[in-house]
Design a protein around this ligand. Structure first.
Ligand code: DX5
Ligand code: ZN
Length: 206
């Protein structure tokens, strides 16, 4: 299981030190939450943050785009050094955005209340599914347990395709047990950054 810290929730006053700690603890990729205050009720970072992060790490960087017009920004994120880009199936421009993703891994994110059937038609053209286990917008929310049956279903469907399954929202040492059999990748903010980073990462590797 690959571990991807949701890096905008780290102590950004010393990003370079956090990156060192995370990589000494063997994290696999970075998950960058991009929010525009329109698609979700919060604002975070953009392509320039990815560019900064790119300068201080060689690990893959995923940009999780929670913005109204991902199609207009995909190329900027690619130019800034993103290796994986995720758009929401709930976004009306998801297809346009996916079509602009050349040379990066393509992800489709699915909100807790969206049925898995929605993404089936595009599963053959994506590289990973990001299953949201909170409502997108903020870190530190409670894991929504009712999403687990959907993950089980997706794990079954996965046998006929070539995508990975990632999970995002409320993942910590207590909730990881509920999803670990269904995922290839895990994203976490508070589950990694609240408390001791080393211990938290160790606890996620059960
Ligand atoms: C939610 C974001 C998540 C979030 C995870 O909108 O997409 O990546 O930062 O935070 P935790 O792990 O604290 O739920
Ligand atoms: Zn995210």
């Amino acid at each position: 299981m690959k571990i991807g810290p949701s890096i905008v929730s780290a102590d950004l006053t010393c990003l370079i030190n956090v990156v060192k700690i995370l990589e000494n603890n063997g994290i696999d990729f970075y998950h960058v939450d991009v929010m525009d205050g329109n698609f979700v009720p919060n604002i975070t970072v953009g392509p320039d943050f990815v560019k900064t992060l790119r300068k201080i790490t060689e690990k893959p960087i995923e940009a999780h785009l929670m913005i109204s017009r991902p199609d207009l920004y995909v190329e900027r994120f690619i130019d800034s050094g993103a290796d994986m880009i995720t758009v929401h199936i709930e976004n009306e421009y998801y297809n346009e955005a996916l079509n602009k993703m050349s040379k990066v891994r393509k992800g489709i994110a699915i909100n807790p209340e969206t049925a898995i059937e929605k993404i089936i038609p595009i599963l053959d053209k994506i590289d990973f599914v990001l299953v949201m286990t909170v409502h997108p917008g903020f870190s530190g929310q409670k894991f929504i347990e009712s999403v687990v049956p959907k993950m089980k279903k997706l794990k079954e469907i996965q046998k006929n395709y070539n995508f990975e399954i990632s999970v995002d929202g409320g993942i910590n040492k207590h909730t990881i047990i509920k999803v670990k059999d269904y995922v290839d990748m895990v994203c976490a903010a508070s589950g990694i950054f609240s408390g001791d980073i080393t211990e938290n990462i160790k606890a996620l590797r059960i």
